[in-house]
Design a protein around this ligand. Structure first.
Ligand code: SF4
Ligand code: SF4
Length: 297
């Protein structure tokens, strides 16, 4: 039988997938390859400026992601995946603003080498996975259903909410995309109330108590709804809940430990990859024991 043709998608990893979440970068490439999607990282990309530029310089906040969009447009590919919610949000907003304001688009295009055409579709990893669920390609490839895994799908505060008019691919306050993917993998996602709440990442340095309080609400609700882990698509949401969970437990008297999985880890496991192949033991919060207990690792 002929090998299936791989669909090629442009890929913007952003700074976090080349630094603190390098693991996620690797998983995105290997796991999506198993679903016949090849990621082509765009050349010479720059930081989208989400945190810094957006606060101080509106033109730069558009021009930085616009430069990446211009490079992506020039690939001729139809779609670009951006796993980080912050980069995804910034890039979509820039694309929208440029489409709505020809004068701004002309000004930005005069500054960048490759022009933004607006042709390319900017996607989160969920927008790449969900069509695979709809076509049942994902379900057909599941060899190890994630029975007993009860994830609280954590979208964080950016994935579905944008600072300007961007059409939203999921329900703003009660998104379901991650639950649909998890159910297709044989897991039992819980319904809970804090899936789009902010984890306080930006406050972690200057107001640590507030950040820990926000995270404690998220963890307590997930536990109360019967979750035995979190799953997220955002490297920053993953890192924050992973890195601070010990402090949150101590300060807010929480006994339960919830591993914080990236969506690629759940997809990879269900497609037959091992926990060590996925390097799940590199999490800060212990994440392999639960998988062993459920005979998934
Ligand atoms: S969102 Fe943050 S990590 Fe991602 S590219 Fe933009 S600035 Fe860098
Ligand atoms: S890391 Fe926290 S602050 Fe950043 S997008 Fe995720 S939930 Fe929001």
């Amino acid at each position: 039988m002929a090998a299936p043709v791989k669909a090629e998608i442009a890929y913007f990893p952003g700074c976090s997938l080349h630094a603190s979440s390098e693991l996620y970068d690797r998983q995105c490439k290997t796991v999506l390859a198993k679903l016949d999607v090849a990621l082509r990282e765009i050349a010479d990309w720059n930081c989208c400026g989400a945190t810094s530029a957006a606060k101080v310089d509106d033109f730069l906040a558009i021009a930085l992601p616009a430069r990446n969009l211009g490079i992506a447009d020039a690939t001729g590919l139809a779609e670009m995946m951006i796993p980080c919610s912050s980069c995804y949000s910034r890039t979509l907003v820039a694309q929208r603003r440029l489409a709505a304001d020809p004068a701004l688009a002309a000004e930005v295009n005069a500054e960048i080498g490759q022009k933004v055409t607006g042709r390319i579709k900017v996607s989160s990893i969920l927008e790449v996975l969900l069509p695979k669920v709809a076509s049942r390609e994902l379900q057909r490839k599941v060899t190890k259903p994630l029975a007993g895994l009860k994830p609280a799908a954590y979208y964080g505060c950016l994935l579905t909410r944008f600072p300007s008019a961007v059409p939203v691919p999921d329900d703003v306050e009660n998104p379901q995309g991650m639950e649909v993917v998890c159910a297709a993998l044989g897991a039992e996602p819980v319904e809970w109330g804090y899936k789009t709440d902010c984890c306080g990442a930006s406050a972690a340095i200057n107001d640590a108590d507030q950040a820990l309080l926000l995270m404690s609400r998220i963890i307590k609700d997930a536990v109360a709804r019967g979750a035995n882990c979190f799953v997220t698509t955002c490297p920053m949401c993953q890192l924050n809940l992973d890195a601070y969970q010990g402090q949150v437990r101590e300060k807010h008297g929480i006994r339960e430990r919830l591993p914080v999985y990236l969506i690629t880890e759940l997809v990879g496991l269900a497609l037959g990859m091992g926990a060590s192949e996925l390097q799940i033991d590199r999490h800060l919060e212990e994440a392999v024991d639960l998988l062993k207990k459920l005979r998934l690792a």
